[in-house]
Structure formats: structure tokens, C-alpha cells
Design a protein around this ligand. Structure first.
Ligand SMILES: Cc1cc2nc3c(=O)[nH]c(=O)nc-3n(C[C@H](O)[C@H](O)[C@H](O)COP(=O)(O)O)c2cc1C
Length: 586
């Protein structure tokens, strides 16, 4: 059971710690890469990159990616020597897995997914510091240029990712840069981009997205829309481009805030749009009003081909820029849970909690946008109830805030003794604390998309792209909460004080509370922990049992203890030492 602080200003253990690839602790979270190549170097240093040569874009790369992206433990793959493509060009997939997840977000490797999300929220998404991009005159992106007759987008190693796809998709781990024709602000948004032929591509944007609102404005004015598609930007810019950054705020500025320094951009020679000076591949062109061509089908994040084939705007390509040995970043939807779900859950859960709190709801202790619903279809919120109707308020805001509104389905609100990131624990609370007849509210006509597999064909054809939501109050009912049966597992309080670590490093485990007996080995384990240069939970879990037998200790309990020890190590290293013996917090 895990609870998180109840205020924007509170910070969890570890959130002040940045990470380098070798795991060395640093006082602030920070990114150790500026572009995709530097990111790749860091991932290599972590030992999590596998290079594979000679696979085809027609089938092989998609098949390997499909397997790898379902597995958090799988490496990042770099496919090179793809037959029939530009010499030296590469495709990189599965960037968000293993230890590189934390490195990508600027945190050390020992944090759980909930801690990582919380660290990202409190350090970056909450403050949402904005630093405008810096315009520079040149950059590696112009190492190679295709214009005029030379333009041939089919020469890049864009795979056909799934057997049923209608074509090759160069845009998956990409983002489109556009300018609002009325307000002038720059948006970066991730939308799938399909190659039609050497000089044209098609991209799909769901109604309501910022990029779509801009597109609709150009269309209504009868003006062509300038577009720059960045295929192979740095992973953080991609993550922000595929996240719910507020309307009117440029993702470049948010990434600048996260980095603590401006993103360097160059003016696109054709469109004048800002493009990252160190991107790998950038396609510039225009969408002429009314110019449409059939796009799709493409395997979508729901695990279906729900939007099938539709006419979508065509991008007339006027120039392509690319670095030597360019790297195409691929982030390909598979049936959830997959890689996309992993990063979306971590980033979007932080944004979700932030959205609810900024709407003025107090007492939110955790939020999780579940992987199985691709961080959209199932949202869970933990609340420390303070007044009647409080849980319902949190649930409805979660369902309708910027992060939750698009293509949601179920929102479950639970008490703060439930770990919302643990699907089984969440469903246990749902099953035992909700009453179907009275706990579920239905919201109708909510914002959805052609990608929603549950909208009837007739309604889709008629342009009705709305769906319904269930907001489920699975908290102990407010008015008789004190009489609700007591849970039979140890309370969070007991779990939190299940062991104590004093300043000499001695550990006392409260065997009575856990019904276990493992005081002495853990005391020795703490000595052992000091030998680890980096707080590394996975390594501790792997290696400690080899050194110390822990009789009768259930694996999950042991993992819990190790988590506590790792946190204790963070505290010792980075927090002011307390005057006397202290209790390690969970
Ligand atoms: C790999 C990936 C592919 C995506 N493809 C699309 C897409 O084809 N169309 C779309 O509307 N949204 C797509 N999204 C979701 C958008 O990127 C996301 O909703 C983003 O916040 C939209 O930004 P905007 O509101 O600034 O336009 C995709 C997200 C990811 C991670």
C-alpha cells in the first residue's frame, strides 16, 4: 500500500536526485542528453542497447519490435543496414524500458514507476517552467538536404510496422511542428505519418487535439498549412509532444524548462517553422486545403484498427533534412500494455494528478493512468476524503480534465490506503468498496475519437464521435466510513514502520507486525548496501538473497524491505541527518 504527499510542494524521497548513465547520484534530477544520439550513448552505457543489421522494413523490423515492446526488460533495438535505404540510416525502437526509463526522465534507476511519475510531476510537470527556444543559424540537421527532384521519403528506413497496416509509417516516434494561424504560438504534437509516395505523406489527427484545431483553422481560412515533421528528435521532446501540454503552451518551452536551458532551433528554410537544430530527420512541406488521400489502416493504441481507412490531409513535401547516419525513432502502438503504455502511464499519471489538484481538489494522494488502458481508458485516483462528495468531485474532474477527457472510459476513485498503480489492489478496492447500484455515475457525450472501438459504426458514420464514462466511487462511503470493516492486511502505518534503521546502520525489523523473523540478516544487508555505488533496487533484489538467507520471508515482503532500504540510502546520502534514530519511510 502506498500513499503520496498531499500537496504540490511536498516531494517524495529521491525526487531531488538526478542520474547519469552509470547511476551516480546527483542533487537535482536532470537530463543527461540533448539529442537522440546522446541519449543512445547513455543507453549503451547502461548496457541496454542491441544493434541488429540487415532486417527488412517490409516485415522483420515490425515483428521484432512487436515482441520487444511488450517487455519492459527488453533492450532498446537499433536496426541498421536496412536493405534499400540510405546508407548508414537506422531505426531505434523501445527507448522506454529497463533502467533507461529513469535516465530518459532524468532520475536514478532505483525508483519505482510511481516514484518516477511523482518525481517527474513534482520536479517538472507541476512547476511547468517555460524557457523559450533559442534560434541558431545552423545545426547538424542540415548535414544532408533533399529538395526538388531529389526528394524521396521512401529512402528512409520507415517500416511497415504491423502486417495489417496500409503502408509504411515514418511518423510514430515523431512530432509535427505547426503554428496557430490566429494566435501565432507553436505546437508540437505526435501524430502518425504514413508515406504515400516519394514526395507526399499523410497524417492523422483526432478532432480536438491542438494540432487538429490549428489544421481546422487553416482549412476554414482556405489557406495552406506549413508543417515540419521531426522524426528522431530527442526523447524528451517526443514525450512532451505526445502529452497533454496546456493549450497555447509550446512543447519546446516546456522541454526548455525541464532541461533548464533553451532548446536550440533553426528556422525551417521552407516553412519558417522552428525545427530542432540537432534532430535526426525533418520533413518540411505544406498541406493544401482540400487535398486529401486515403490514410490507414494503422494498428492503434487501443489494440484495434478502429479508424480503418479515411481520407486525410496530404503533406506535399518540399524538403527533407537529415544528419549523417540518421536515426528514425519508432514508437509503435501494439495491443496494450506495451512500450507506449509504459511511458504514457508514467508521464500522464503525473499530469493527471497535477490537473486534478490545479482544479482545486484537495487531498489527492496519488493518481495512476493504467497501462492496460494505454493511460487513457482506466484512470485511478486516491483521495484522503475530507468531506461528503469529495471522492465524487475528484472522479468527475479526473474524467473531464485535459489529461482525462479524451477517449477515457472508467475512472475509479479509492481511499488513500490503496496503491492506485497496482492493478490488483485497485480492483480489490473496487470489488469490496463500491456498490454498483449507487457508486457509478455515467457521463454521456464525452470527447472521443474515430479510434474508439466501441462507437457504433452508424454513429461514427454520422460524425458522432462521443462516448460515455463511468466514474466509480470505490471509497469507503463517507457517512459511515468509520463503521466500514477493517482491512485484514497490515495497515499502511504498520507497513511504514515495519523496520527501523538507526544512524549506526543497524536494522530492527518489527517481526511481530509482519509476522516474520528477519532482523539480523537485514542488518548485515544494510552494510552490504553501502557497497553499491548507485541505489539500484533491481540489483539488490537480485543479489541480496545470494548473500543472506531470509527464512520464511515472502518475495513481495522482501522486495518491500529492499525498497525501504534503498530509500533509506537516498535519505542518508541526500537529506540532512536527523538528530536521533529515525524511522525509514516507505
Ligand atoms: C506513438 C504515438 C502516436 C500517436 N499518434 C496519434 C495520431 O495519429 N493522432 C492523434 O491525434 N494523436 C496521436 N497520438 C496522441 C497525441 O500525440 C497526444 O494526444 C498529444 O497530446 C496531442 O498533442 P496536441 O494536443 O498538442 O495536438 C499519439 C501518441 C503517441 C505516443
Amino acid at each position: 500500500m502506498a500513499t503520496q504527499p498531499d500537496s504540490n510542494s511536498d516531494r517524495i524521497v529521491g525526487d531531488r536526485i538526478g542520474a547519469t548513465a552509470d547511476g551516480a547520484a546527483d542533487p537535482q534530477p536532470h537530463l543527461v542528453y540533448d539529442d537522440l544520439r546522446q541519449w543512445l550513448d547513455e543507453a549503451r552505457r547502461l548496457g541496454e542497447v542491441k544493434q541488429v543489421s540487415g532486417l527488412s522494413w517490409q516485415e522483420d523490423i515490425g515483428m521484432v519490435s512487436g515482441v520487444a515492446m511488450h517487455d519492459d526488460g527488453a533492450p532498446c533495438f537499433v536496426f541498421d543496414d536496412v536493405p534499400g535505404t540510405i546508407a548508414g540510416s537506422r531505426v531505434l525502437v523501445n527507448f522506454f524500458g529497463g533502467k533507461r526509463k529513469n535516465m530518459t526522465l532524468g532520475f536514478p534507476t532505483g525508483l519505482s514507476k510511481l516514484e518516477l511519475s511523482e518525481g517527474f510531476r513534482t520536479s517538472f510537470m507541476g512547476p511547468m517552467t517555460r524557457i523559450p527556444p533559442k534560434y541558431v543559424n545552423d545545426g547538424p540537421i542540415f548535414e544532408n538536404v533533399m529538395t526538388g527532384d531529389d526528394i524521396d521519403v521512401t529512402r528512409f528506413p520507415a517500416p511497415k510496422w504491423h502486417a495489417g497496416d496500409g503502408g509504411r509509417y515514418i511518423g510514430t516516434g515523431s512530432f509535427n511542428v505547426t503554428r496557430d494561424p490566429d494566435e501565432g504560438w507553436i505546437n508540437c504534437g505526435t501524430y502518425r505519418v504514413m508515406i504515400h509516395d516519394a514526395k507526399t505523406a499523410g497524417f492523422y489527427i483526432s478532432p480536438g487535439k491542438h494540432g487538429r484545431q490549428m489544421r481546422d483553422k487553416y482549412q476554414a481560412r482556405g489557406e495552406r498549412m506549413p508543417v515540419a515533421v521531426v522524426c528522431g528528435g530527442d526523447p524528451m521532446t517526443f514525450l512532451m509532444a505526445s502529452s497533454e501540454v496546456p493549450y497555447g503552451v509550446s512543447e519546446y518551452e516546456v522541454v526548455g524548462g525541464i532541461r533548464g536551458k533553451p532548446v536550440e532551433v533553426v528556422n525551417g528554410p521552407i516553412t519558417g517553422l522552428p525545427i530542432p537544430a540537432n534532430a535526426e530527420i525533418v520533413i518540411e512541406g505544406f498541406v493544401e486545403p482540400g487535398n486529401e488521400r486515403v490514410e490507414g489502416p494503422f494498428a492503434e493504441w487501443t489494440g484495434y484498427y478502429a479508424s480503418d481507412l479515411r481520407p486525410e490531409p496530404v503533406l506535399d513535401i518540399k524538403a527533407i533534412y537529415y544528419r549523417n547516419d540518421p536515426i528514425l525513432l519508432g514508437c509503435v502502438p501494439q495491443r496494450p500494455p506495451d512500450e507506449i503504455c509504459r511511458y504514457r502511464a508514467v508521464v500522464r499519471s503525473g499530469l493527471l494528478r497535477e490537473n486534478i489538484q490545479k482544479a482545486g481538489v484537495p487531498g489527492i494522494t496519488a493518481a495512476w493512468a493504467h497501462e492496460v488502458g494505454n493511460a487513457r481508458l482506466l484512470l485511478a485516483v486516491a483521495v484522503h476524503q475530507r468531506y461528503p462528495g469529495h471522492a465524487k468531485q475528484a472522479g468527475h474532474i479526473a474524467a473531464m480534465c485535459h489529461v482525462g477527457a479524451y477517449c477515457g472510459r472508467y475512472v475509479i476513485v479509492v481511499d488513500d490506503d490503496v496503491d492506485v498503480s497496482n492493478l490488483e489492489e485497485l480492483v480489490w478496492a473496487l470489488l469490496t468498496r463500491s456498490d454498483p447500484a449507487t457508486s457509478i455515475d455515467i457521463i454521456r457525450n464525452a470527447w472521443s475519437t474515430p479510434l474508439d472501438p466501441r462507437i457504433e459504426p452508424e454513429r461514427k458514420a454520422a460524425g458522432d464521435l462521443t462516448n460515455s464514462r463511468a466514474v466509480i466511487d470505490a471509497c469507503r462511503p463517507w457517512h459511515w466510513r468509520d463503521q466500514f470493516p477493517k482491512v485484514s492486511t497490515p495497515s499502511p502505518e504498520l507497513e511504514h514502520v515495519a523496520f527501523e534503521v538507526d544512524r549506526s546502520g543497524a536494522v530492527t525489523v518489527h517481526a511481530k507486525q509482519l509476522g516474520q523473523s528477519f532482523g539480523l540478516p537485514l542488518a548485515a544487508a544494510l552494510q552490504r548496501i553501502d557497497e553499491f555505488k548507485a541505489p539500484d533496487r533491481a540489483r539488490l533484489l537480485r543479489e541480496l538473497p545470494d548473500y543472506y538467507s531470509v527464512p520464511g520471508c515472502h518475495a513481495a515482503t522482501f522486495a518491500h524491505i529492499v525498497d525501504g532500504l534503498v530509500r533509506h540510502q537516498y535519505n542518508q546520502a541526500h537529506a540532512p541527518a536527523p538528530a536521533k534514530s529515525r524511522k525509514a519511510k516507505r
